[in-house]
Design a protein around this ligand. Structure first.
Ligand SMILES: Cc1cc2nc3c(=O)[nH]c(=O)nc-3n(C[C@H](O)[C@H](O)[C@H](O)COP(=O)(O)OP(=O)(O)OC[C@H]3O[C@@H](n4cnc5c(N)ncnc54)[C@H](O)[C@@H]3O)c2cc1C
Length: 343
């Protein structure tokens, strides 16, 4: 274990925001986690696990515990009766994995193309895009428990996956994901029911034949929706789309006939928060310091220069209270708002 001290965390996040870590270490071998956990326990310091830092807002004052950057690598393909299983280290780049699967003509991950971050970060909020959630592909998640030093596999059904949610955000938030196993199919059908994808292929006057065709479409659509991470700091969609009862949906639809929404199962409706922010709250272009709403998509908050976590939180609060005031709907952040010394 190589411990570094007072390391600036901003460059380890896509928001480019965050103070210094009291201690910082890169974990390349799963066995190193035990050493890190023992050190943190001995020093009575909290742990913060970072993957690609693409779904976190770190505090300006930094983190006065131990930040563990997960760099555990490795990709293994196993043929099974059910399909091709891929066992992947938590530190692998998610999008490189998706590209590799598409290149091998394996179906399943292609709709999740272009999402930044690591493989270990994907089960935490059950990443989803263009009609697919990673939970659909996960077989098991291997975890390390820093409290007990034990390592074990959690089957998909024990991960309690939901909309941008899992047990790793609640009861199991202290666990460190070390590897995950995904089941992919050699023969598959493109999942292009999602409106943007349907429209893309209708415009092309062609149907996708391979996972790479779908990947190319998703990457093209995403390039117009998300800012260029090399130029602007962001953690993608800052908020979850609210899920409401059919009654609330009907009331809002009466007031705002153009309201964009989707069935969310169990008699509920998912509202397009981007539409509400743009058309009901009229918050286009709103800024707090250098933090602002993206011109490409209102769900995306950006660091346009030297924004602080305080700026981003204040901007988010403005949006949350405006939506509540205008629609009565409660908005939750999708991005993990990290507090100093806690998780
Ligand atoms: C431009 C952009 C577009 C995006 N688009 C999407 C999208 O379409 N769909 C979507 O769902 N998300 C999207 N995201 C959000 C983000 O990319 C995903 O949530 C990603 O999976 C986060 O992975 P990460 O490795 O960066 O996690 P981090 O940001 O490093 O961490 C996120 C949380 O997970 C925890 N964590 C990370 N790794 C581990 C681990 N190994 N073990 C235990 N805990 C861990 C952290 O402690 C933290 O609480 C987008 C983000 C950006 C910047």
């Amino acid at each position: 274990m190589k411990l570094e001290e007072n390391i600036s965390l901003a460059s380890f996040t896509t928001f480019k925001i965050g103070g210094k870590a009291r201690y910082f270490t890169r974990v390349r071998e799963v066995a190193e986690l035990e050493e890190v956990a023992l050190f943190a326990q001995k020093e009575k310091l909290p742990l913060l696990v970072l993957g690609g830092g693409s779904n976190v807002l770190l505090p300006d004052e930094g983190f006065s515990g131990v930040v563990v950057k997960m760099d555990v690598l490795g990709i293994e393909f196993n043929e099974t009766k059910k399909g091709t299983e891929i066992v992947v280290g938590a530190g692998e780049s998610w999008d490189e994995l998706v590209a590799l699967a598409a290149q091998k003509e394996l179906w399943g991950l292609e709709n999740l193309s272009g999402i930044p971050g690591t493989v270990g970060g994907t089960p935490i909020q059950n990443i989803g895009a263009y009609g697919v959630e990673v939970a659909e592909l996960i077989v098991w998640v291997e975890v390390f428990d820093p409290k007990t030093g034990s390592m074990y596999r959690m089957k998909k059904n024990t991960c309690k996956f939901g909309y941008r949610d899992s047990v790793f955000k609640h009861k199991a938030k202290h666990l460190v994901v070390t590897r995950a196993c995904f089941l992919l199919a050699k023969k598959g059908l493109p999942a292009i029911e999602y409106r943007d994808l349907r429209e893309y292929f209708a415009k092309q006057r062609s149907a996708p034949q391979t996972p790479s065709d779908v990947r190319a479409a998703v990457l093209s659509i995403r390039s117009k929706k998300f800012p260029d991470l090399t130029k602007v700091g962001t953690a993608g969609s800052f908020f979850k789309n609210p899920i409401v009862s059919k009654g609330i949906h009907a009331r809002l639809k009466k007031r705002y006939p153009d309201l964009v929404s989707f069935p969310a199962g169990f008699g509920k409706m998912k509202l397009s928060l981007a539409w509400i922010i743009d058309h009901v709250c009229d918050l286009k272009g709103i800024r707090v310091g250098d933090a602002g709403v993206s011109g490409q998509q209102a769900l995306v908050l950006c660091n346009f220069g030297n924004a602080t976590a305080v700026d981003v939180r204040a901007l988010a609060e403005k949006i949350i209270s405006s939506v509540k005031e205008k629609t009565g709907v409660v908005v939750e952040p999708e991005v993990r708002l990290i507090e100093n010394s806690t998780q």
